[in-house]
Design a protein around this ligand. Structure first.
Ligand SMILES: [Zn+2]
Length: 81
């Protein structure tokens, strides 16, 4: 597998390479952003995993409604149009 001079595989993000390209590169800020994104994704996954669609009171409580809802939530969090 091809890797950078730091030994990080090319398809992965190398903080050292980024810092060499841009001395102002802020590792802490990137980690903070990634943590926030992981938190967001986890919250949405938990939301979908714990959804009890049979109790939904809007009449949209068939399994097919749940699938549509779950796919919608997933697309939304992935920013897929
Ligand atoms: Zn590197």
């Amino acid at each position: 597998m091809e890797s950078c001079k730091h030994g990080t595989p090319k398809m992965r993000f190398c903080f050292q390479c980024e810092r060499e390209k841009d001395p102002e590169f802020d590792t802490g800020a990137v980690i903070k952003k990634l943590r926030a994104r992981v938190h967001e994704l986890e919250r949405e996954l938990k939301n979908i995993a714990e959804a009890n669609y049979r109790d939904w009171e809007d009449g949209m409580n068939r399994p097919s409604d749940f699938v549509a809802w779950a796919k919608n939530r997933a697309r939304h969090i992935l920013n897929v149009k």
